[in-house]
Design a protein. Sequence first.
Length: 394
Amino acid sequence: MSTLHCVKIILINMQIPMLNLSREYECMKEDIDTAVQRCFVHQHWILGKEVEEFEKAASHYLGSTHCIGISSGTDALVLSLRALALKLKGKEFFDSSDEIITTPFTFIATSDAILRAGATPVFVDIDPRTFNIDPAAIRSYLERSPAGQVVGIVPVHLYGQPCNMDAIMEVANTYKCFVLEDTAQAFGARWRNQKVGTIGTMGAFSFFPSKNLGACGDAGMIATDDKILAEYVRMLLQHGGKDKYNPEHIGYNARLDTLQAAILLAKLPHVDVFNEKRRAVAKWYDATLQSVSGTEIPYQAEGAHHVFHQYTIKVNPDNRSQLCERLLAHGISTNVYYPKPLHTMVVFGAGRSRVGGSLVHAEEAATHVLNLPMGPFLTLEECTTVAQAITQEP
């Protein structure tokens, strides 16, 4: 079915959710249904041929030597870090003395994975324009740290906006740190001319249903050009060994489900068109909101090909709750990603994490951001409705 044909949507009562997955399914219904039916015919539900086919297709799309299907984006982060510990330390897990720098302004899975891999997350501040980790803050912490104390960096390409990977890779190479890109929200995004998730040592992807490339349940992937890391990951995802009756490592049941792989295979050919549609929606929003007092539209960094997993504005924190209520009264969904920086959460207290300097920009972002409806099938009429509701006097 033609993607262009799919955008002819009939609006019903102008109810505007954060993301309309029903429209996406209707667009690709024939392809998805055929892929699912094929699985019911062959009945190979665990590591069926679709898993390998999807891994090969994803490798070709990303330009990565190895792509490995994983059960979720969170597991992709954990297994990546476990593989790095095995290769770099020769141990099953990192030690708590091993520090990994990351952002405090993201979903909990990023830093929870660091804890689960045995290391200690160190939170440094973000760039207030992009909401991504600030390379200058990374360098500042590394300059103050004993040699070898920091083993890695986990940047997050938040909201679909690529981090400044030139600067991050430069500092990582200087201080001999690995880089694990958290690419959960940025499938198909590019830094300069390279797909994110393929620039660092490893890339972890999530295919949660709401992502730019989403499954119909939990699913994820790891990308790397390192053969040894790929081999470790493939062992870890199947209980830790090549021989399931005599594993070498402490592993997991973290395989990508055959059914989810089939669905992802059906969706993958559409992802670039859908990402461009998201970018078009962002331009519609920009045009109507850029002159609205008290509202700051998303910043797009030079060199970053933003794929707008989320469209995130900044608003006056004193009015944010009232604005959300007003939009809801118009049938418009909103959300706040993320209302609480990670360093303020209980799980990262009690010495489980460290703060690498002032986090003023991350703390400010948590009080100012507001996420508006976004998706490849959001129409101009719906964007206009959202903008009008924002500009309406309280």
